[in-house]
Design a protein around this ligand. Structure first.
Ligand code: GPP
Ligand code: MG
Length: 290
């Protein structure tokens, strides 16, 4: 059961503002897919993003009694590798720093950031279930004084202006308007603070959303943005790119392995089609708050 949360309003403003946001919150409050929970159970890092890097093909030929677990563990390893690449781009972060995980899901990336840098991390999500789950993980790990998850809207977090030296969205920008999102990041990042996102975006060159991209939108109730939209919205909000990494080729093996796994959800073919036909990219963008 979900209990009323003391942060369900930020300065009197409700967390959920629109019917769309309510439908997204409801989706994530009800999501209990083994593709996420079984992977997270491997080591207690629960991710809501995809993987990068080559998989070990030997997992597909293992003995029947361990094959499934080996594939799950390998997919989880690739997802953790993705989060590590995101953290690599945050720059020099130390224990005195404070980071923001916008759209934190069940919290895996925040835990990894605290483990790596020793810093404070605040995660925000509009899903009460995700926040409760993530805070329980932080309690179990004994880091709930340093890693805190809040039921808040990433477009209006209520955190103080300039509070963070780093902030990221790990595959959550497709749920929001980028101009509103980057205005909020520019507000809450200190000058010189670093913003990083890993995202899927459609290719302006191929002209609008392909069928496969539309299928991904429908599956997750999201609105994938054009590649160009990211750079327009960053530039309009005092966020200056320092690094852009095309991770498309690096994520395809993850989707190939996932398609062969027992936890495939049916969205594997649209991802593989969209990436292979070039209508969609998996991109990391790092930008500095000037
Ligand atoms: C979900 O991760 C990720 C999104 C909803 C963002 C969509 C990403 C794009 C690159 C377009 P998840 O781990 O909850 O998804 P799944 O359950 O499919 O593993
Ligand atoms: Mg997943």
């Amino acid at each position: 059961m979900v209990t009323a949360h003391p942060e369900s309003d930020v300065a009197g403003r409700p967390v959920l503002r629109t019917p769309y946001q309510r439908s997204v919150a409801s989706y994530w409050n009800n999501e209990k897919d083994p593709v996420n929970l079984r992977l997270g159970d491997v080591d207690g890092l629960y991710h809501h993003h995809y993987g990068i890097g080559d998989y070990d093909a030997a997992v597909l030929d293992g003995p029947p009694e361990t094959r499934d677990d080996a594939i799950i563990a390998e997919m989880h390893r690739l997802e953790t590798a993705q989060a590590n690449v995101l953290l690599d781009h945050l720059g020099d972060i130390g224990p005195e720093d404070r980071l923001l995980d916008a759209g934190c899901g069940r919290g895996g990336s925040s835990i990894m950031a605290n483990q790596r840098f020793g810093c404070q991390v605040d995660g925000v999500s509009i899903s009460e279930e995700q926040i409760e789950f993530a805070n329980e993980q932080a309690r179990r790990r004994g880091v709930s004084d340093r890693v805190r998850y809040h039921l808040r809207n990433m477009l209006d977090t209520g955190f103080e202006t300039g509070a963070f030296t780093g902030a990221w969205n790990n595959e959550s920008t497709m749920y929001v308007d980028l101009h509103q999102l980057f205005a909020e990041h520019a507000r809450q990042l200190a000058p010189g603070g670093r913003y990083v996102t890993i995202t899927g975006c459609y290719n302006d060159l191929t002209g609008g959303r392909s069928r496969a991209v539309s299928q991904i939108d429908q599956h997750y109730i999201c609105n994938i943005h054009a590649r160009s939209e990211y750079f327009k919205a960053l530039a309009a909000n005092a966020l200056v790119p320092i690094n852009v990494v095309d991770l498309t080729a690096a994520t395809i093996p993850y989707w190939e392995l996932r398609a062969k796994s027992s936890v495939a959800t049916g969205i594997e073919d649209p991802f593989l089609t969209a990436y292979r036909e070039g209508s969609f990219h998996y991109l990391l963008i790092a930008a500095d708050r000037v």
